[in-house]
Ligand binder design. Structure first.
Ligand SMILES: [Zn+2]
Length: 165
């Protein structure tokens, strides 16, 4: 598992830094390089307060970046063994990308299908039907909304979509 994924792949690194911070990211990297790794080995390499370390590990787990198994030895001792699960992150990011893509495509479809009105004060955009519903007055400031040129907006949407593909 995890043979082609690594915490340093840019989008995975970005996700880790955003969800678990610098320390969580270095911890994920350590686990990834040494896995499977026991909590004692992690503790030894990291030093510091064991309960702080456990908090950081559970943070990694709740961010779907790492997981543990408990092994019970012959004398009943329990060992916590940690592994990263970067496929989980890939899966989450892919779902997010797909949802973003669908939302953009829907916006594009609406933008291409008709007239738009906008308030030049508030940058609020609405479809004809939406603006008609309140007599073309901006719902925020009351200013009369103007028919907008959708060309640039459509161009921006297309650009965002092409970046996601
Ligand atoms: Zn307005």
């Amino acid at each position: 598992m995890n043979n082609h994924l690594h915490p340093d792949i840019p989008h995975i690194k970005k996700y880790l830094l955003e969800t678990v911070g610098d320390e969580g990211y270095s911890l994920a990297k350590f686990i990834h390089e040494k896995q499977p790794v026991t909590i004692e080995e992690i503790q030894e390499a990291h030093g510091g307060n064991p309960s702080e370390l456990r908090k950081k590990l559970y943070l990694l787990e709740s961010a779907h970046a790492a997981e543990y198994q408990v092994e019970t030895g012959p004398k009943g001792w329990q060992t916590f063994i940690w592994n990263t699960n970067l496929y989980n992150i890939e899966f989450l990011l892919e779902k997010k990308r797909e949802a973003e893509m669908r939302a953009l495509e829907k916006k594009l479809e609406v933008a291409q299908s008709g007239l738009f009105f906008e308030c030049t004060n508030c940058s609020i955009r609405e479809t004809f039907d939406g603006a008609y519903g309140h007599d073309f007055a901006c719902p925020v400031c009351g200013k009369l909304m103007q028919q907008s040129d959708s060309g640039k907006y459509i161009e921006r949407l297309r650009k965002r979509i092409s970046e996601l593909v």
